[in-house]
Ligand binder design. Sequence first.
Ligand code: SF4
Ligand code: SF4
Length: 363
Amino acid sequence: MSAVEPPLALLAEVTHRCPLQCPYCSNPLALERPANEMATADWLRAIAEAAELGCLQVHFSGGEPTARRDLEQLVAGATAAGLYTNLITSGVGWDARRLTALIEAGLEHVQLSFQDSGADIGERIGGYQGAHAKKLAAAKTVREAGLPLTANFVVHRQNLHHLPEMLDMAVTLGAHRAEIANVQYYGWALKNRAALMPSRAQLDEMTAAVAEARKRLEGILVIDYVVPDYYARRPKSCMGGWGRRFLNISPSGRVLPCHAAESIEGMAFDNVRQRSLVDIWRGSEAFNRFRGTAWMPEPCRSCDRKEIDWGGCRCQAFAITGDAARTDPACGLSDDHARLVDVAVTEADAGADGFIYRRYGAG
Ligand code: SF4
Ligand code: SF4
């Protein structure tokens, strides 16, 4: 294998504690208990090692990262190591005073998640009454503090009809960027797939609404949007390729190639408490397992897109086929693609709407 390139960014999942209970949460079904979370000193060492490895950015995530009282120390450590810092937050559980402390520690950007454009559906999805007003207040606080803001909307069958309102809301809040993130179906979202899967007609409406908004809001709002996997013809370049651009550290220190990698049964991940991040990135079995193109089966092996999408998503291949080494079923060339589309159409038509909420012990 050729020399391993340095990663671009570290996703630091500092805790799984969160006041919300989104049924599509990307955290694993077995949520990490607070007692297992890494200590401040371990996180600071891991962050410094990420910088040494060549990372340019650290995204503090969770759960709700502000649930950790030492977040300011971690942000300060990242800043001292020369990393760009971003807070990925639900907007619930912190106030202007906390944000000021984080900014003093060096925080440079906030990404705030919304479950919908309004309280009714949004609070049903998040399982937290009163969350919407807190999120709006959080957005105002961020903008008044002069930080750039990204508004993140996770979209699915139960809120997609509000897409235009979500984009208008992002503009009103002074966001620079809106991420329209289709649910990725593994972990909690896989459990709730029947209640979340959009229909093909909804997808067409969504794509048209995004195209219209991109024109109308040019120079005002950047809109990130990717077609949902189950209706795509070719897969996305998941994480920019396994072990190529990103690494993720779980609350207890397990180092993962992506936030969902623990959904792949049978894979073992090294812990940064026992092995340096530099060593894990370059030499661990898990990172090297699907790195590059040598692991690929046909049709990927002889495909001219293999260094564009890197064979798609390993977690999705596992979720649908039980084998993480197969071609991503989102690819129209995969033998499993027809089954994937069938599942999507059947579940969207059935129209189930009950959720299994993300909670400790519910997975
Ligand atoms: S997706 Fe929802 S439950 Fe999961 S961490 Fe984010 S806000 Fe919390
Ligand atoms: S066959 Fe493999 S490399 Fe080619 S487009 Fe499909 S997933 Fe990508």
